[in-house]
Design a protein around this ligand. Structure first.
Ligand code: SF4
Length: 360
C-alpha cells in the first residue's frame, strides 16, 4: 500500500518546522520536519518498507503522521499502480497581462485617474489600489469609481481620509453602482474599527485613526497577510510576490515599482506606462523570488508570504529579509512569543551557513 498527498497539498520545508499548504481549501497545516522527511519517502516506498527503516517506537509516530494526513483529507492510499499515473501540478506561470496590479496615489483628481486606468486596462491590469491623500467628497469618489466602467479591472481598493460628510448611505450607493470595489480603507477616523456597510453582503470598511500621510502601506509581514491560493503559490516559485507585474504612480505622477521606492521610470505626463515598464531595470525586482532572499529561503511560509523590497534589513543587500518581518524561522517564533530572539542574535550563537537553501 502506498500513500500520496493530493497534488494540491504541498509540503514546504523550513529550517525548524514545515507546513503543508492545501491550495484548494486555501489553508495550511504545521508539521514537524521529521514528518516532511517521511512524506518525501512516500513516492519511493510502500508504508511497510518505510516503517522497516525505523524502530517500533518511531513507527508509532509514523502512524500518527498518517492519521493526521487522513484526518485532514490531505492524502489517499493507492495500490499497485504506476506512480506516473498521478500527474503533478503544473507550475507553469502564464499570464496574458503585462501588468497585473497597480497602486495610484492621487490628490483626489479623477481626470488623472481616468487617463491612467485607460493605460492600465490596455496592459491587462486586474487589480488596482487608489490612495487618495486629500479630503474627498462623495461626488469625486463617484467620479473616480466611474473611471472603471469600461475597463476590465475587476478588483478596486479605495483608500481615503475620513470626512464626516461621507455618510454611510452615500458609500452604500457607491458600492451598489460599482461592484468591483472590494475594499474601502478610511484614514484619520475618530476610532480604529471595522464597520459593515451592508448587513447582507457584510461589506467591510476599515477605519483607522492613523493619518493617511503617516501611514506606510508597504511591507507589513503578518500571518493575516499570507495568501494560500494556487496562483499566488505558483507565481512565488518564479517571481516576487509583491512587485511582479506591478506599477505604481505617486502623487507627482512619477512611475515606479513601488510607492516607497526612490527610483522613477518617467512621469505619467510625458511617459506611457508601456514605455516605463520597458525601461532598463524596471523589471529587475520582478524576478527576486523568496527562495533567493536571505532568511526567507529558510522559512516555511516563503510561498504564501508577501515580499517587500522597499523596506529591507540591509539596504546594501537587495536579497536581505524584509525589515518589517519579525518572524525568526530558525526557532519558529514571532516577536512577542515566549523565547523569541532576533535572527541576528540567533545567527551569532549558531554556526549558520548563509549559502544553504532548504530544499522543498
Ligand atoms: S522570514 Fe520571509 S517568508 Fe518568512 S514570514 Fe518573514 S518575510 Fe515571510
Amino acid at each position: 500500500m502506498n500513500i500520496k498527498l493530493h497534488s494540491n497539498c504541498i509540503p514546504i520545508k523550513g529550517y525548524y518546522r514545515s507546513i503543508i499548504i492545501d491550495l484548494q481549501r486555501k489553508t495550511y497545516y504545521f508539521i514537524p520536519n521529521s514528518m516532511f522527511e517521511i512524506i518525501q519517502q512516500f513516492t519511493k516506498k510502500r508504508i511497510t518498507e518505510i516503517k522497516k527503516l525505523y524502530t517500533e517506537e518511531e513507527s508509532k509516530i509514523i502512524d500518527e503522521y498518517i492519521n493526521f494526513l487522513f484526518s485532514n483529507d490531505l492524502c489517499f492510499y493507492y495500490n499497485d499502480v504506476n506512480e506516473d499515473y498521478f500527474s503533478p501540478l503544473s507550475f507553469d506561470y502564464k499570464s496574458p497581462s503585462k501588468i497585473t496590479n497597480a497602486i495610484i496615489s492621487v490628490k483626489s483628481n479623477s481626470i488623472i485617474v481616468n487617463k491612467i486606468v485607460e493605460q492600465l486596462d490596455k496592459l491587462g491590469c486586474k487589480a488596482i489600489q487608489i490612495q487618495m491623500l486629500d479630503n474627498i467628497d462623495i461626488n469625486e469618489l463617484e467620479n473616480i469609481s466611474h473611471c472603471f466602467n469600461d475597463s476590465r479591472i475587476r478588483d478596486i481598493q479605495l483608500l481615503f481620509p475620513y470626512n464626516e460628510y461621507l455618510e454611510k448611505e452615500n458609500l452604500l450607493k457607491l458600492l451598489e453602482t460599482n461592484h468591483r470595489i472590494t475594499k474601502l480603507f478610511v484614514f484619520g477616523a475618530p476610532n480604529s474599527e471595522i464597520i459593515f456597510l451592508d448587513e447582507y453582503r457584510k461589506f467591510p470598511v476599515y477605519l483607522t485613526k492613523q493619518k493617511i500621510e503617516n501611514y506606510s502601506f508597504c511591507g507589513n509581514i503578518h500571518p493575516q497577510n499570507f495568501t494560500c491560493n494556487m496562483s499566488f503559490f505558483i507565481e512565488s516559485q518564479f517571481y516576487n510576490t509583491c512587485l511582479n507585474r506591478k506599477v505604481c504612480i505617486d502623487t507627482n505622477g512619477n512611475i515606479k515599482n513601488c510607492p516607497n521606492m526612490q527610483k522613477t521610470y518617467g512621469n505619467i505626463q510625458d511617459t506611457t506606462l508601456t514605455e516605463a515598464i520597458l525601461k532598463q531595470g524596471f523589471k529587475d525586482y520582478w524576478f527576486i523570488k523568496k527562495d533567493d532572499i536571505d532568511v526567507c529561503q529558510d522559512c516555511e511560509f516563503r510561498h504564501i508570504c508577501t515580499d517587500c523590497r522597499a523596506f529591507i534589513k540591509d539596504p546594501e543587500n537587495i536579497y536581505s529579509q524584509p525589515s518589517k518581518c519579525s518572524y525568526n524561522p530558525y526557532i519558529a517564533k514571532w516577536e512577542g512569543q515566549e523565547g523569541w530572539i532576533s535572527v541576528e542574535e540567533w545567527r551569532k550563537d549558531n554556526k549558520y551557513n548563509q549559502n544553504r537553501v532548504v530544499e522543498s
